[in-house]
Ligand binder design. Structure first.
Ligand SMILES: Cc1ncc(COP(=O)(O)O)c(C=O)c1O
Length: 379
């Protein structure tokens, strides 16, 4: 095929591909990356973060990104990954290598990638109970740790769970981790960039920081950070921990690599650098507040239905279900009307994640569609 024909075909296919700005992608934790991030990504598309001796500019970006994260969470180090799954695998790998142990303690609300990571690494998970607010029950966690303290490699909690946006009590868990000298990984893939701002503005009462007992934090820039996929980040409390994630690759110029991948996209690192320079802490804070307000707007609109049960959002995630129609049927109806929402399996409900591209106009249109499907008028 000639290039012009390829482009024609690509554009044809692109035309039929859903785009975030149209407002129909309401379940996935993805969004349209910012233009400056796309520009930076494309400019550095040829670079390989697997060898920063050839591409030292990537190391410059990485250091600046870490400096930004230090302002959010306190002293730390780390590197860019392909996303939350890779970051979680690395965190558990480091915990296993450091301790020589294979037991993970986590509430059952952890993301599936933690279960996958444990499986890959030959580790076993003991699930701690959660409260009705979908956060780890701190007393039960303490009891499990006390009983299994000699076997535990890591405790894992989540700052912004995938289903509810609930935030495990990081500070209290970190006290337990400190008391027993246990590795604590906080998966903040979804909530990491929103929690500091929403905490400061009083929307939530759980903060996220490198408290003394926190060992690693993962946060994704391809979720609320407006960077292109793949853009994740794994942060460690100190360089010694980071060194466990490093492996030798003697034939390369750099000699060492970090993370699971060999050749890694340098474009992502340039993109994250570009968005943090554009938005800074204040810019991300504004995005967090906007998403939260839109989520509360959606919550309020859903309460207008007799037929709908809806849960108040913690972070910008709204869970709801129909009283009479099964969630599978409602999901299919919505997909039939062009909407992509996700499931909330623990209550057999559905879930909308208000990502930065979602506006109140999108919500109003969604509510009209829902009203049509349920045959119920709203105010
Ligand atoms: C809390 C949490 N951790 C990890 C992940 C996995 O991230 P990724 O899809 O970037 O691998 C997700 C994805 O939704 C998540 O919500």
């Amino acid at each position: 095929m000639r290039e012009s024909e390829i482009i024609k075909k690509l554009l044809e296919i692109y035309e039929k591909t859903p785009k975030h700005d149209e407002g129909y992608i309401l379940g996935s934790m993805t969004t349209r990356p910012d233009n400056i991030a796309v520009y930076a990504y494309n400019l550095f598309i040829h670079t390989n973060a697997g060898d920063t001796r050839i591409f030292p500019s990537l190391e410059y970006f990485r250091k600046e990104i870490i400096d930004f994260m230090k302002k959010l969470y306190g002293e730390c180090t780390g590197f860019i990954t392909s996303g939350g799954t890779e970051s979680n695998i690395i965190a558990l790998y480091v915990a296993r290598e450091k301790t020589g142990r294979k037991l993970v303690i986590a509430p059952k609300t952890v993301h599936h990638s933690i279960i996958w990571a444990a499986h890959l690494l030959g580790m076993k998970i003991v699930f701690a109970p959660v409260t009705s607010s979908h956060i780890v029950d701190i007393n039960s966690l303490h009891d499990i740790v006390e009983k299994r303290k000699d076997e535990v490699a890591a405790i894992v909690v989540t700052a912004g769970t995938t289903e509810w946006g609930s935030i495990d009590p990081v500070r209290e868990v970190s006290e337990i981790a400190r008391q027993y000298n246990i590795y604590l990984h906080v998966d903040a893939a979804y909530g990491g960039l929103f929690i500091p701002a929403l905490y400061e503005k009083g929307y939530i009462d759980t903060h996220l920081r490198f408290y003394e007992g926190v060992t690693s934090i993962s946060v994704d820039f391809h979720k609320n950070g407006l960077s292109p996929i793949p853009s994740g980040l794994i942060l460690f409390k100190n360089e010694e921990l980071l060194s466990y994630a490093r492996r030798e690759l003697p034939y390369t110029l750099g000699k060492y690599q970090y993370g699971l991948l060999g050749t890694r996209p340098g474009g992502s690192i340039a993109a994250i650098w570009a968005v943090i320079k554009k938005y800074g802490i204040d810019g991300y804070s504004k995005i967090a507040l906007r998403c939260m307000k839109t989520a509360l707007y959606l919550y309020n609109r859903l309460t207008e239905f007799q037929e709908i049960i809806v849960w108040k959002p913690i972070l910008p995630i709204v869970v709801f279900k129909s009283r009479h129609m099964s969630s599978e049927k409602l999901l299919e109806e919505l997909v039939g009307h062009g909407y992509y929402v996700y499931r909330a399996p623990s209550v057999d409900g559905l879930r909308i994640v208000v990502m930065p591209h979602v506006t109140t106009e999108h919500i109003d249109r969604f509510i009209n569609t829902l009203s049509e499907i349920l045959g119920e008028k709203t105010e």
